[in-house]
Design a protein around this ligand. Sequence first.
Ligand SMILES: NC(=O)c1ccc[n+]([C@@H]2O[C@H](COP(=O)([O-])OP(=O)(O)OC[C@H]3O[C@@H](n4cnc5c(N)ncnc54)[C@H](O)[C@@H]3O)[C@@H](O)[C@H]2O)c1
Length: 596
Amino acid sequence: MAREFTRVGVVGLGTMGAGIVEVFARNGVDVTAVEISDAALERGRATLTGSTDRAVAKGKLAEAERDALLARVDFRVGLGALHDVDLVIEAVPEHLDLKQRIFAELDRVCKPEAILATNTSSLSVTEISVATARPNQVIGIHFFNPAPVMKLVEVVRTVVTSADVVSDVEALCERLGKVDVTISDRAGFIANALLFGYLNHAVGMFEARYATREDIDAAMKLGCGLPMGPLALMDLIGLDTAYEILDTMYRRGGRDRRHAPAPLLKQMVTAGLLGRKSGRGFYTYERPGSPKVVPDEYTPLAADAALADGARAIAKVGVVGSGTMATGIIEVFAKAGYEVISVTRGAEKSAKVCEAVKTSLNKGVVRGKLSETDRDDALGRITWSATLEHLADVDLVVEAVIEELSVKKALFASLDEICKPGVVLATTTSSLPVIDVAMATQRPADVVGLHFFNPAPIMPLVEIVQTIRTSAETSATARAVCAKLGKTGVVCGDRSGFIVNALLFPYLNDAVKMLEASYSTADDIDYAMKLGCGYPMGPFELLDVVGLDVSLAIQRELYLELREPGFAPAPLLEHLVTAGYLGRKSGRGFRDHTRR
Ligand SMILES: NC(=O)c1ccc[n+]([C@@H]2O[C@H](COP(=O)([O-])OP(=O)(O)OC[C@H]3O[C@@H](n4cnc5c(N)ncnc54)[C@H](O)[C@@H]3O)[C@@H](O)[C@H]2O)c1
């Protein structure tokens, strides 16, 4: 017989605890909600009422439902109130000694058959369990932030957790409308083990002034479709909690340097900048606990301010290349009103590119996104050529030829001879150093990276890559052009992977390593990232789409340039590529696509 969970206890009503209370009470379970003091109890109560009031305002909860939900919660100070609950979930700060003390006390207070669960993100559930005389009834129930919204729960069983406790908790998760993945007790479980290296890396980028907070966050949202950028997510998690999680993962997870908390985090925590909950973290919020970001001294000026900031006037644009990126980029510029000269290596190639641009524009018309006149005007603005000399009087050249340094360098040397003074020369390279192509010219100050994402007409992001020789004027011009294209231009330094790939691919590589270590399955890892972190695709789905060969090449570049041991490509990824399992394009990658 499965256990009945009629009343549960939640200990600690902070960021997570208050949300967990809401999840239970919403699903008809009575809750005893416990805090350490009256003041903390009132804060917890306010968080719960604030959240449920917002749900009512948004029409997601009826007023009567909210009242019933709140009536199910009994707010108390002290663990003594938990004597009659069937299950306790502990959500106090991430310190082992504190959690062990609480579990020892819960063991004394709670009924002998009660299950004791921890919401820890990174501590050892096993170590917490041995503080009790019932380690077989101790389990991890790891909710995601915000608990009422995120669908995933990681159920963590230790080597001593009873099988019936695991199955009863799994059934409970289902009753709460959650999807659970059950895993063993390892630092960071699935999601945090993959997430926190990435978050810490993003903090490191910000700390090194590689890019601004807004640009790092916009890059990951717009380039990868994530629900929030890494720094905004750190603020939501709470920087003190994030610090403790990283610190524990570093110590428990093999001292991977990528988990050693970025020094800036410690400084911010010491200064009381804890994120949303304190009203200030990487961003400034309207008030403590508010999700609303307000401008502060670091908020950048609006995009059009860049126009006044010494940007050169651009009317005529040359696009060199005949591949997917060049085709998309020609369309983007022509639609935005620029006069475009496309240069390919021959009339046949030009005809193909022209056909592809027409097809894409026609699709826009069929979908009602573009009028026939706009399509015709855009096409009318494009000139097709196979002669670089035709670029003599353009204001901007965007190079999108094959990703080979020697080819790009030769092209830039030719452009240097052909183009007029004052032209901006841009490369769309995604992995080569922009400075290498810049130095192939006599005017490196005019050279910049414009890294478009595929498909260029759809993806809203462009990484603007400044080398150490790029002039402020060139950079301002690139920003103004991106704004006119309707794209978000994020500015970053000339380092392998720029922002997006540098943050994305190590995470994908870590997922492969996790699979290789047999910690979990590809399906569960994909679920964990989608349902726990709101990613649009799981890492294995994405790897199969991007191509395993492409992913491996990017990961190798990152490893070679940054020499970070944790960036070494996963052997499994190398083996799959060697075996010809390249993802969707070859019919098989991490999954077999021929049978779907
Ligand atoms: N923040 C996240 O995104 C997140 C996500 C999943 C899991 N977690 C985990 O959840 C746990 C709680 O994290 P948080 O971010 O909610 O922390 P928090 O600092 O926001 O809240 C902790 C709460 O515990 C209370 N507390 C402290 N000592 C207590 C005691 N002896 N008895 C009762 N209450 C006590 C505090 O008053 C505070 O309200 C941690 O283990 C964390 O790793 C956090």
